[in-house]
Design a protein around this ligand. Structure first.
Ligand SMILES: [Zn+2]
Length: 188
């Protein structure tokens, strides 16, 4: 199988005024865009149709981070409604703190999303051990209404240097693609 006919919406977290986590000049908004672009390329090679909520360093005009996320959600719901998106993936980076976790979050009451999160976490663990998954009440997961399954990936911690290495970024994206394959195999 390949991914032709599958429609994936990638959401590179943060952007513009809202940099997300930072560590010595490394900014989450740049890391998420880098991974998202690598993911877009790989998915298109596999035949998928890929959409991106942003392809450059921009925000959604919010007054603050929460407002910006709400505007992003609104943009997604307006722009992608009726497009038959199979999967929405929001890409993020966690803080460098010990307690912060790497893993996949899915919305409450989302059966397909839970299956998606399990499969993504299992394959992402081949890139980054200790990748867990769990339910989360986040606007981007809760309030977007255009995708059959939704997940947010905390791809790593902002102090990790692999974000600056294109090959490692590609490996991370590759692990996500492998998880998507497993998901589609399980639900089809
Ligand atoms: Zn984030």
């Amino acid at each position: 199988m390949d991914l032709s006919g599958k429609k994936i919406l990638i959401d590179p977290g943060h952007g513009g005024e809202f940099s997300g986590k930072t560590y010595k000049g490394r900014q989450e908004k740049d890391c998420t865009l880098k991974i998202s672009k690598a993911l877009e390329n790989l998915l298109e090679e596999e035949g998928a149709t890929v959409y991106m909520t942003r392809t450059r360093d921009k925000d959604f005009g919010g007054k603050n981070l929460d407002d910006d996320i709400n505007k992003r959600v609104k943009y997604i719901n307006e722009r992608y409604s009726g497009k038959g998106i199979d999967v929405l993936l929001s890409i993020h980076v966690n803080t460098e703190r010990l307690i912060s976790r790497v893993g996949v979050l899915y919305p409450e009451k989302g059966k397909a999303s839970k299956i998606l999160a399990e499969n993504l976490a299992r394959k992402y663990a081949t890139f980054m051990g200790n990748t867990g998954y769990g339910e989360a009440d986040l606007a981007i997961l809760r309030d977007t209404k255009v995708a059959g399954a939704k997940a947010l990936i905390e791809t790593g911690k902002i102090n990790q240097s692999w974000y600056d290495d294109d090959e490692e970024v590609e490996q991370a994206a590759f692990a996500i693609v492998a998880g998507l394959y497993d998901y589609f195999r399980e639900i089809d």
